[in-house]
Ligand binder design. Structure first.
Ligand code: G6P
Length: 369
């Protein structure tokens, strides 16, 4: 088993470290940075439909639902198509309004999640076009879909999803840029620029992994925490949700993810010197706003852990702990900011003596309702 883990203590850590590779595999043959071109063979038959589509609905569960939320931000930002993201289990029981004009994207690592399958069966009956984003080749969801794009992250053994999540986000980034290219909502020079940066993301992820030792040492301070808050804005919000889910899943510490601005409508009441608050505080369009949210937490003696852009000193002076990630275009933030949060939950769980690869009560794939 040690061999299968490639020298790592757990599959989860191995899979976290595989991400530079899995993200690269996911982009292989799909991007041509110098030409400013994205090619997605799996959905190319629907290129015309994408030109005119009025709405996209993304259905998923768990971590895949968080990837869907990132997808909403990316598709709306790049391709200007309105997107709704639904929990498959809610969508299927709600007599949802769907027509043959809609595209429904199902996101699923396993391709076997019962609720996600039922949601796309329903959407298909109502005439929608179904795209699948799956990791397991030939699974039920890809077979039920009209078209789709595989994530090619390789087998994921750890129950808590890591490399499958970043691969899903990579595919959604490619889809958003592909749609933008079809619809002319992005210039070719901008595409050249973004694809050049995207091509370099695997090496930036590699850089993020270098914080591992810092994060392990920092985790000692938080292993006995009873609660955690994760806050972010924009696409940093789904990253916060995913950070909180990861911690809950493997360390059994109660954690909540919130949009940072919503803190004042509830979670702020919980903040005292016992409450660690993780902020996604990178230098992007919401940077200044996040800084004022950090001040609000510090004023109440909360412990701040901030994910910051390399070289940032402003947040460093305010936060109790900072973890640096490299600078990149804002649309790539989720791919980078997720990495330190995976490592944080991993080390806290290990320090607490938890079974990180097989957390209690959880299954890798939920094939029953
Ligand atoms: C389970 C797994 C999660 C996963 C979710 C959705 O809860 O433990 O890691 O995100 O199912 O699974 P899917 O295979 O559809 O992505």
């Amino acid at each position: 088993e040690m061999l299968e883990k490639g020298g790592f203590d757990h599959f989860m850590l191995k899979e976290i470290y595989e991400q530079p590779r899995s993200i690269k595999d996911c982009m292989r043959g799909r991007i041509y940075p110098t030409k400013g071109l994205v090619q997605l063979g799996g959905i190319k038959e629907y290129a015309d439909k994408l030109k005119n589509v009025d709405r996209i609905i993304i259905v998923a569960c768990g971590t895949s639902w968080h990837a869907g939320l990132v997808g909403e931000y990316l598709i709306e930002e790049c391709a200007r198509i309105p997107v709704e993201v639904e929990y498959a289990s809610e969508f299927r029981y709600r007599n949802p309004i769907i027509s043959e004009k809609d595209i429904v994207i199902a996101v699923s690592q396993s391709g076997e999640t019962a609720d996600t399958m039922a949601a796309i069966e329903l959407a298909k009956e109502k005439g929608a076009t179904i795209f699948g984003i799956c990791n397991v080749v030939g699974a039920s969801i890809p077979r039920l879909s009209h078209a789709g794009v595989y994530t090619h992250a390789g087998p994921e053994i750890g129950v808590a999803s890591t490399k499958a999540f970043t691969a899903q986000v990579t595919v959604l980034t490619l889809m958003a840029l592909y749609m933008a290219q079809q619809r002319g909502t992005i210039s070719n020079s901008k595409l050249v620029h973004l694809l050049t940066e995207l091509d370099n993301i695997p090496s930036l992820v590699e850089q993020c992994l270098k914080s591992n030792d810092t994060i392990r040492v920092m985790s000692e301070q938080f292993k006995d925490a009873r609660n955690f808050l994760f806050l972010g804005r924009g696409s940093g919000f789904p990253v916060a949700l995913e950070g909180a889910l990861k911690l809950k899943e493997i360390s059994y510490i109660h954690a909540e993810g919130y949009p940072a601005a919503e803190m004042k409508h509830g979670p702020i009441a919980l903040i005292d010197e016992e409450m660690p608050v993780v902020f996604i505080a990178t230098k992007n369009s919401s940077y200044e706003k996040v800084i004022s949210n950090i001040q609000e937490v510090k004023a109440r003696k909360g412990k701040v852990i901030a994910i910051v852009t390399e070289g940032d000193t402003t947040v460093k002076n305010m936060a109790d702990y900072t973890i640096e990630i490299p600078d990149a275009d804002e649309i790539f933030l989720p791919l980078l900011a997720t990495i330190p949060l995976q490592l944080l939950s991993y080390h806290i769980a290990v320090l607490r003596g938890c079974n990180v690869d097989q957390p209690r009560n959880l299954a890798k794939s939920v094939t029953v309702e």
